[in-house]
Design a protein around this ligand. Structure first.
Ligand code: FAD
Length: 328
């Protein structure tokens, strides 16, 4: 069978693409390893009609709502390992492994080292591909951080700041001018007691920015951070510096580096692609990458990492792909 589209990844982006293409009566194979990036958080927030829903419950609802669309075939615990393209035939070749009972892994800290039998490869063919693998967070090397990640060590105050409002905050993100904006934002909306953990960095700030920090009453700690300590429920309580001194904090905002999960998908037979930076109408008519029929959605396709943005891009790019499919 030749699918109209293979979607790689079933988070907010991929599930929205699947919904749109199902409604357009396209034959879709949705392959998903099944662990969205926000899985460490107890609830997802700032999401229209679903505020407070646990991340895996969102995925479950997304899958359930695909059921009426019988041309959409979801395969859970499926990890795509390679992608190739035949330009002349306008076909994509996708290889995946069924990982049932394995830890699907959407972010690095949940991966467990296991010695397993190699899984057989399954090869499928499609006219279009939507990459919706999301990104993974590379947390700074601070002892104990994984235990609190997504709960009291957070990446986005709009997602999780409300739950920690008026507690003792620390900001440990950028050490550049962005930090002043972030600290201002935290002070404006979520907390009076905010400190800046520079973690050994040396910010270059203007006199105006330094004056603003003073106005905001933000204490600066330039020492390197060694460890976060707290309770078993994921509540951070103490920042331990490398010099052994400590600071009590209840919530820490960080900006971890991100890596695209596509980096574990081998591009075979010399295949490569790049994202085109075009306007909306161009994307609808010509596509979003330099390869007709190939799209990226969700966190892969934007620096605005929110569920609503991922869902919007999933739907929008699926519409654009559907336009492309109608030309074949
Ligand atoms: C801790 C945390 C909390 C967050 N909380 C919120 C919040 O409250 N509100 C909000 O709006 N945003 C929140 N976000 C951001 C939000 O999680 C992302 O913007 C959103 O998940 C992006 O959706 P996506 O579909 O691009 O990727 P994801 O949701 O990460 O889904 C990608 C899917 O692809 C799968 N996958 C990866 N590689 C492969 C492969 N090779 N083959 C098959 N499948 C694969 C993954 O397992 C996963 O199922 C949070 C982020 C973090 C880190």
């Amino acid at each position: 069978m030749i699918y109209d589209c293979v979607i790689v990844g079933g988070g907010a982006g991929g599930l929205s693409s699947a919904l749109m293409l199902g409604r357009a009566r396209r034959n879709v194979l949705l392959l998903t390893a099944g662990l969205p990036r926000n899985a460490p958080a107890e609830q997802a927030h700032s999401l229209f009609t679903r505020d407070g829903t646990p991340p895996l419950e969102l995925v479950r609802i997304g899958m359930e709502q695909l059921q009426p669309y019988t041309t959409v075939h979801p395969v859970e615990n499926a990890r795509v390992v390679s992608l190739a393209h035949d330009k002349e035939a306008k076909m994509f070749y996708i290889e995946y492994q069924n990982e049932s009972n394995a830890n699907a892994g959407g972010f690095s800290i949940m991966m467990t080292a296991q010695v397993e039998e190699p899984k057989p490869l399954i090869r499928v063919t499609a006219r279009g591909v939507i990459l919706a693998t999301g990104v993974r967070d590379v947390l700074p090397p601070i002892a104990g951080i994984e235990q609190f990640w997504g709960k009291s060590v957070i990446h986005c105050p709009y997602c999780h700041g409300f739950e920690h409002a008026d507690k003792r905050f620390a900001y440990m993100g950028s050490i550049g001018p962005m930090a002043v904006m972030a600290l201002q934002l935290l002070r404006g909306s979520w907390a009076q007691d905010v400190v800046w953990l520079q973690n050994g960095g040396t910010p270059a700030l203007t006199a105006e920015q330094l004056a603003r920090l003073k106005e905001l009453n933000v204490t600066i700690y330039d020492k390197k951070v060694a460890e976060f300590r707290g309770d078993d429920a994921g509540n951070v309580q103490t920042v331990v510096f490398e010099d052994g001194t400590t600071l009590d904090r209840d919530c820490i905002l960080i900006h971890p580096d991100n890596k695209p999960n596509t980096d574990s998908i081998e591009l075979k037979d010399g295949f490569s692609y790049k994202i085109m930076h075009t306007d909306t109408m161009d994307i609808i008519l010509k596509g979003q990458t330099d390869v007709p029929g190939l799209y990226l959605v969700g966190d892969l396709a934007t620096p605005l990492h929110q569920l609503s943005t991922a869902a919007y891009l999933g739907g929008f790019m699926a519409g654009s792909l559907n336009m492309y499919l109608s030309t074949l």
